[in-house]
Design a protein around this ligand. Structure first.
Ligand code: ARG
Length: 587
């Protein structure tokens, strides 16, 4: 059994239109745009008027007459020029809540199960994670959890940038600094050492130095390109150094992702796809898609309907080197072979849109990915500083992710000091609240939009923030703790059938969960969850403010209140889990 408030109401309206002698297709409801008058409305009579050459108000009246006895509504009335205003009955909502409370996933309808790969994270190995890596991690993790909640098999792949020029740069810089190392001795025959000849912090210093040098020293850059080519063609010394860099860098990144509660099933990367590059080249040649242009092998992907120029996709550069798009195509060959996914979702900065347009088109044209497999790119906007300008450290550099996290933790700690006694100031809680501040601050914006990262606002316990949602959950848990024994396995809300005001609003808001989550999943839109839980939290807090729950004298009512709190807590906790964070027990 699945639950949908919208679908249930549509069903009732369709039947009423039919019973009144009209086509049921006109029976659809929308949330009321006059919440002062009603909760839902049906505008179908206005469209039906044309077909039946009847005044819309007459149709609305006839349909409303069929609804007057319906137990779902406490009021169903026609108003001019032809709306049907609907007010749900508390009995209908308490029944709905009782079903929600016992059904798996609160009764959200599960679509047909798909296998989905989600490609997110994608840091380039050898440089520390910085704020540019934050959005893909946060959005990707949330989308993954949402799709899993809907019952899909979802595999997250980090797709490391582990095969590019940065390795050529690092290795050549190292060669200049430490020419005596065996990796640089052409006559060396032995095994390469297991220990890396550098530490992680040396590596983190070497890379930016090499990168800066390459901007002015052209000969050096040329050497780095040649070294990258050697690495990609399995030169033993280069591969040995590559392995050292990976072994130091990847576990360090993993630690930070763990701290963000972001977890990948696969730690593949561009290098994993490298063995498939020859097959990419063969396939595009075989299909007659490839042509040579100034020595490079390219595939035209422009389509007639394109309003803008879509340049050809370069498969191999004139020196024979594979590019970012080539390894992405190789990765697709591998993913189709290993998982036969129904859908692959990529989460990157929206500036990579052209790249994915090119890759997707080549993949489909070349038959690397069958027509029925969906390739989706979620392109997100830029995270700016509080002033709307690119987010920078005080010194003007790119801020490391660790630094950002600790700055948010500092802000949260300060706010908590204002509110709590010292003994409640637990560092684990600070971390948990800071993570909620960061993730909610990001996810509450539509992904494609730019947003301003405002530490002070995100860490606030009031307003549309992560800490406010956590605070609401913690508050509910603390009330429930005082009366836990009263909760039952199969909650009964019939004592609330006289609900009005904030209590009714709370029931109505809870009933909206299943429709909300279906939309969030089909639109890959975590911000819908944020908007929903913010509204639910607000309604709950108003209800709590004017209802002395634990002092309620009618035991049936008191129990129903507690059950309702418990359901609210469960819906909020499940929702934040889908956003990728969790609530402490106290804060
Ligand atoms: N490493 C890339 C970057 O830093 C992101 C990888 C995204 N995933 C992909 N399959 N291209 O821009």
């Amino acid at each position: 059994m699945s639950l949908s408030l919208n679908e249930s109401l549509n069903q009732i309206l369709r039947e009423a239109f039919l019973a009144a002698g009209y086509d049921p297709k006109y029976g659809t409801v929308t949330v009321s745009n006059r919440p002062d008058l009603c909760e839902y409305q049906c505008n179908g009579a206005l469209s039906a008027a044309k077909e039946y050459h009847t005044a819309p108000f007459v149709i609305a009246e006839n349909v409303a007459a069929k609804l007057s006895e319906n137990p779902a509504f406490s009021e169903a009335v026609s108003v001019r020029p032809g709306f049907i205003n609907l007010t749900l009955s508390p009995a209908f909502l308490t029944r709905f809540a009782a079903d929600m409370a016992v059904l798996d996933g609160f009764g959200a309808e599960k679509p047909e199960k798909k296998t989905i790969i989600i490609d997110y994270g994608g840091p380039n190995v050898a440089k520390p994670l910085h704020i540019g890596h934050l959005r893909t991690a946060i959005i990707g993790e949330s989308v993954k959890r949402i799709l899993r909640f809907m019952g899909h098999e979802v595999i997250g792949d980090i797709h490391l940038g582990d095969w590019g020029l940065q390795f050529g740069l690092i290795i050549e810089e190292l060669k200049d600094r430490r020419p005596e190392l065996c990796y640089f001795d052409p006559s060396y025959q032995g095994e390469y050492p297991e220990e890396a000849p550098f530490t992680l912090s040396e590596l983190e210093e070497i890379y930016p130095a090499a990168s800066a040098r390459s901007k002015t020293d052209e000969a050096f850059l040329q050497r780095a390109h040649e070294r990258t080519f050697l690495l990609q063609h399995e030169d033993a010394a280069s591969v040995a150094l590559w392995k050292h860099i990976m072994a130091l860098s990847v576990p360090d990144e993993k630690k930070l992702y763990d701290q963000l509660d972001v977890h990948f099933e696969l730690w593949n990367g561009e290098s994993t796809a490298a063995p498939f590059v020859p097959e990419v080249v063969e396939t595009v040649k075989e299909k007659g898609l490839a042509r040579l242009s100034e020595g490079a092998l390219i595939v035209d992907v422009m389509e007639e309907s394109d309003k803008r120029e879509v340049p050809p996709c370069i498969i191999l550069k004139s020196d024979g080197a594979a590019l970012y798009q080539t390894t992405d195509l190789g990765t697709l060959i591998m993913r189709m072979r290993d998982y036969r996914p129904d859908e692959i979702i990529y989460v990157t900065d929206k500036r990579q849109e052209l790249h994915f347009t090119q890759v997707f088109r080549v993949a489909k044209k070349a038959g690397i990915v069958p027509e029925e497999t969906a390739l989706v790119h979620i392109g997100y906007g830029t995270m700016n500083g509080k002033d709307g300008k690119p987010f920078k450290t005080r010194a003007g550099g790119v801020m490391r992710l660790e630094v950002l996290i600790s700055e948010v933790e500092d802000a949260v700690r300060e706010k908590m000091k204002e509110r709590y006694e010292d003994e409640d100031l637990n560092e684990e809680t600070v971390k948990q609240v800071a993570l909620a501040a960061i993730k909610y601050g990001d996810l509450s914006n539509q992904a494609a939009k730019d947003y301003n990262f405002d530490i002070d606002r995100f860490a606030s316990f009031e307003g549309n923030t992560g800490p406010y949602i956590l605070y609401t959950i913690v508050r509910i848990r603390s009330i429930i703790r005082k009366a836990e024994a009263m909760l039952s396995e199969t909650p009964d809300f019939t004592a609330l059938t006289d609900a009005s005001g904030n209590l009714k609003a709370l029931l109505l808001s809870l009933a909206g969960f299943t429709d909300m989550i279906r939309t969030a999943a089909s639109e890959l839109a975590p911000h819908k969850i944020c908007a929903y839980i913010y509204q639910l939290s607000d309604i709950f807090n108003s209800f709590y403010h004017d209802t002395p729950i634990l002092k309620e004298e009618d035991p049936a009512k008191k129990q129903a209140y507690l059950e309702l709190l418990s359901l609210t807590e469960r819906v909020l906790s499940a929702s934040i889990d889908l956003l990728g964070f969790s609530a402490p027990d106290r804060m």
